[in-house]
Write a protein that binds this ligand. Sequence first.
Ligand SMILES: CC(C)(COP(=O)(O)OP(=O)(O)OC[C@H]1O[C@@H](n2cnc3c(N)ncnc32)[C@H](O)[C@@H]1OP(=O)(O)O)[C@@H](O)C(=O)NCCC(=O)NCCS
Length: 202
Amino acid sequence: MALLGGTITPTPRSTKVAFPGPVTFEYDARVMPFDPPVDARFASHPTLQRFTLEPMKATHLDEVVAIEAISFEAPWPRAAFERELSLAHAHPLVCLAHGQVVGYVCPWLISDEVQILRLAVAPSQRRRGAAATLLRAVMDQAYDAGAHWLYLEVEEGNHPAESLYQGMGFTIDAVRPDYYGRGRHALVMVLDLDSEWNGDEV
Ligand SMILES: CC(C)(COP(=O)(O)OP(=O)(O)OC[C@H]1O[C@@H](n2cnc3c(N)ncnc32)[C@H](O)[C@@H]1OP(=O)(O)O)[C@@H](O)C(=O)NCCC(=O)NCCS
């Protein structure tokens, strides 16, 4: 069953990568091995930063929970991340720089859709491409796993996040009024992986 929208039978495009992939990913914010090549905006990023992406493990949780606590007004408790580690459809990733967790993403793969539940980067490490790198990894592997859509919710007015998602090709699919409290609306953003990721320029 799909999380949002219609139900479509998943059509795996390749068997080379299991979502989220069993190995350590080494991506460079400027030279990432994606097809199509990384957006020129990211390619020209002033800070060359090499990141290692790995599936989140229990040993990462102290750092993850610390980043979460300073990144969100209503942070997830540790137990929420422990749950992510145990769910079959949850595929949390961490982004490491020099062996330290600098950010993380929590995607769920259900049927033909991936929903991103959480994404954050440590304040001291922002604007270095960590979030873009995590998103690119999710997009790449979601596509390879047969997903057609990537969904997320962001509070209207969260300019860093909105600008990140728009720069990566997400568009606004719906608005959920008062989702975060009175007058605080959620934007449901979607990325069509087939048009965005199949060589078709959008
Ligand atoms: C949103 C967030 C994850 C971005 O992480 P990040 O690692 O700093 O993002 P990146 O460095 O990958 O940014 C990539 C691009 O996104 C856009 N962007 C990111 N932060 C931005 C900001 N503060 N202002 C404007 N644009 C921004 C830019 O286009 C940037 O490219 P550039 O630096 O070359 O201009 C981070 O600010 C964060 O953790 N915020 C708090 C938690 C949160 O709001 N999470 C999202 C919930 S939906």
